[in-house]
Design a protein around this ligand. Structure first.
Ligand SMILES: Nc1ncnc2c1ncn2[C@@H]1O[C@H](COP(=O)(O)OP(=O)(O)OP(=O)(O)O)[C@@H](O)[C@H]1O
Length: 739
């Protein structure tokens, strides 16, 4: 295809490929790396690349396109089929797992692998894992065994096994590298046992679809010989997030002959915890495949200048990553940026959205982790706004811990529940008492019938460790106390329950990963906060927690940032921008420089999901606003965006003039920029004077008009140039003094 023909390729809406896109399509020979910002029209470009190769005489059988997941694969297949001339044979578009599946079949047919069946049902897989855990702890005491067989910990073991396979790692080395607690040491041996059990049963897991053929191919030169040499071109999407086993499979399939085109964005690598490597695009590619031609796709077709600029500000704090600028293409919507505090700001935004004639299902609330969504869910429920969850099991009332906490409150209001064995069973199982379920069930039946704690020698308690007995008895004492506390406000009651059962300690002990423990503990905080907002009405709170709502297809979507990969919405509200929540860290789980960079990439992915409106929200609670808010200079970028849209001649003050100037030059626009006046890097909380000038990360420049309250921790009122008057707790706000 000639240059002129590429330029003429009509896209949806009659647009033509950009020069950068055309360069990718027409890449001549050798390996290629395509660095594509979010929303750069990768699919459009790669479809044209495939058509170009076919038109140049390449056989479709010698071409393979590898996509990250099934949804992306289906989208690519559809677009390719629609754009291809009628009757043209098309190449295969596959996911890594489907390639693995087919290789498994071939290797089995050729006799390199013994035949095995994929475990179809989850329960079969779970049963096998439980067996492996039990065998690995055969010598341990009953308490340890029972704790290790709790559903969550078996699930964590399942993830460990998958990760060993995804990373082609030695289980012991992986265990050391990742943040597992000493109570999980049995994972290493249990992995080996699970492998033997799978072999004996003639079964494989989903992860084996890649792991088994890959191990076979790496060990058997003859098997390798039979699968290599067929391909001339392999195109791989989302290259930044592929893991070690996928990478090795790619290397094997490509062999010495195929040209690899890796497409991705180093700044969007968000699956390090699943085996992806942040340096895959930039450093490791050369090591694996040799020299490559580099192509940028710098223009996004998703959002406007303000958001592109804010995203560029946000990601520049990362040392590891690409310094590619994300540029807004000329016809994009003029995305408006805003920031706010608390659920009221979120509800107001949705109200305005609806009043402007827009639909709820055009909006998405993104959270760093599911526990943060709980307050949003409860607020939307109270406000009667329909919503849906990307994972239905995350509905607040379906979380076992939430059901149990509602159950404790309910017992306080309805004492007869002390005679209900089912209700007692719920309260004895969440949070865990580290005792086997069957035994808890028998104990609850006896307690419901007798209302008495069994005597020391009672068979119901036989064989229990002193620690287990203590846990159980303390729980029963709390349950007997609750009916007397029925008039307490729900927040106080919840706090009392949580303290009496030592919930934080129990949750930390029972979770396999520190991050999971943080999430559970955060859930407790969020629930107490929410209970506090409902003041003195325990019944209303119980009812809210037990609300049988279902996903509403016409509702606002709530998703984690990971779940939003590759997606976009007209309105995106990013909730939970608080230090410790996003970036996520805690005392037990501190933020290493590497983890901070991964959190920042996750934030970058989150903000670049919006098309027309992005609202960044911190919850106004005890955690300070996230550093990412300040880093993305939202107010400044919004002002630059507005100045560009109105072609204003006035100067705009920005704190990173070099970055903004570089951006403007790249998009061919002009503005007069003035640097924000000299600022102290960090403003101390105290010592504010009326009349002082300051800079707020979100609201921009302003002047202090009132100082009141505790002089060591004052509340100040500020008149902002662009954001009106605001009252702020000085110690919690992202402020800098203007010298
Ligand atoms: N050169 C172009 N001019 C105008 N619009 C374009 C161009 N290239 C792509 N687009 C538009 O950008 C949008 C996203 O494109 P596409 O579906 O190809 O990208 P994607 O692969 O889904 O997105 P991403 O780049 O985020 O992975 C589509 O609406 C597409 O029509």
């Amino acid at each position: 295809m000639s240059e002129a023909t590429h330029a003429d390729v009509a896209l949806n809406g009659g647009a033509a490929l950009t020069a950068e896109q055309r360069a990718v399509v027409g890449h001549v020979s050798g390996h290629a790396r395509v660095a594509a910002v979010a929303g750069a029209g990768k699919t459009t470009t790669l479809v044209q690349r495939v058509l170009h190769l076919l038109a140049s005489g390449e056989s479709p059988r010698r071409l393979l396109v590898l996509m990250f997941n099934r949804a992306a694969r289906d989208d690519f297949r559809d677009k390719l089929a629609r754009q291809a001339p009628a009757g043209v044979a098309l190449p295969e578009v596959r996911t890594f797992h489907s390639i693995g599946h087919r290789l498994t079949q071939s290797l089995t047919r050729w006799g390199f692998l013994p035949p095995r069946q994929l475990l179809q049902a989850d329960w079969q897989h779970e049963r096998l894992l439980r067996q492996a855990v039990a065998q690995s702890l055969a010598q341990a005491d009953a308490e340890t065994q029972e704790g290790a067989l709790e559903a969550e910990r078996v699930e964590a073991f399942a993830q460990f096994c998958d990760l060993v396979k995804a990373e082609m790692a030695d289980p012991a080395a992986l265990f050391e590298r990742l943040d597992y607690t000493p109570g999980e040491r049995h994972f290493i041996e249990a992995f080996a046992i699970a492998e033997s059990l799978l072999e004996a049963a003639g079964s494989i897991t989903y992860a084996d679809l890649l792991y088994r053929p890959l191990r076979c191919l790496e060990a058997e030169p003859e098997a390798r010989r039979r699968v290599q040499g067929y391909l001339n071109h392999v195109i791989v999407d989302e290259y930044q997030d592929i893991n070690e086993s996928q990478l090795r499979l790619l290397k094997l399939l490509a062999g010495e002959q195929a040209q690899v085109m890796a497409v991705g964005d180093a700044n969007q690598c968000i699956y390090e915890w699943r085996g992806a490597r942040a340096d895959a695009m930039l450093v490791r590619f050369d090591g694996l495949f040799g020299a490559a031609s580099d192509y940028p796709l710098s223009y996004t077709f998703r959002h406007g200048h303000a958001l592109a600029l804010a995203a560029n500000h946000a990601i520049r704090g990362n040392a590891q990553g690409s310094d590619q600028l994300c540029l807004a293409a000329p016809g994009n919507p003029q995305t408006r940026l805003g920031s706010g505090v608390g659920a009221a700001a979120l509800l107001d935004e949705l109200g305005r959205w609806q009043a402007a004639g827009r639909r709820h299902d055009e909006a998405c609330v993104l959270v760093r982790s599911w526990s943060l969504s709980v307050s949003v869910q409860l607020q939307l429920l109270r406000a009667g706004i329909p919503f849906r969850l990307a994972q239905e099991s995350r509905f607040v009332f379906r979380l076992p811990l939430v059901q149990a906490l509602a159950g404790y409150l309910q017992l306080a209001r309805e004492p007869h529940r002390l005679q209900d064995p089912g209700h007692l069973g719920l309260l004895f199982s969440q949070p865990t008492t580290f005792v086997a379920q069957e035994r808890v069930r028998r104990l609850c039946e006896a307690l419901a019938a007798t209302q008495q704690w069994p005597r020391r020698e009672d068979p119901l308690l036989a064989g229990l460790k002193p620690g287990q007995r203590r846990h159980l008895k303390r729980r029963w004492q709390l349950l007997c106390e609750l009916p007397r506390l029925g008039n307490w406000p729900p927040a106080k009651l919840l706090a009392h329950v949580i303290e009496a059962i030592d919930a934080e300690k129990v949750l930390r002990r029972s979770a396999s990963r520190r991050e999971k423990a943080d999430d559970d503990v955060r859930l407790l905080d969020v629930l107490i906060e929410q209970a506090g907002e409902l003041a003195n009405d325990p019944d209303a709170f119980i009812e809210l927690l037990r609300n049988p709502v279902e996903n509403r297809p016409d509702g606002v979507l709530i998703s984690t940032v990971h779940g939003a990969k590759g997606l976009e919405w007209p309105l995106v509200m990013l909730w939970g921008l608080n230090e410790e929540d996003f970036p996520h860290f805690s005392r037990d789980n501190p933020l290493s420089p590497q983890r901070l960079e991964e959190e920042r990439r996750l934030y970058y992915v989150a903000m670049t999901r919006a098309r027309e409106r992005l609202l960044l929200l911190h919850d106004g609670g005890e955690h300070r606003p996230s550093r990412f808010l300040a880093e993305s200079a939202v107010a400044e970028c919004e002002r630059v965006g507005q100045a560009l849209a109105s072609q204003s001649e006035a100067s705009v003050s920005v704190s990173e003039p070099a970055l903004v100037a570089r951006y403007l030059e790249r998009v061919g626009c002009q503005l007069t920029l003035t640097p924000v006046p000299e600022m102290a890097t960090v403003a101390p909380a105290a010592g504010w004077q009326v009349g002082e000038r300051l800079h707020h990360a979100n609201f921009g420049a302003g002047e202090v008009v009132v100082v009141e309250g505790d002089p060591a921790d004052p509340v100040i009122e500020v008149r902002f140039e662009g954001a009106g008057r605001r009252r702020l707790i000085a110690s919690r706000a992202p402020l800098a003094r203007i010298a």
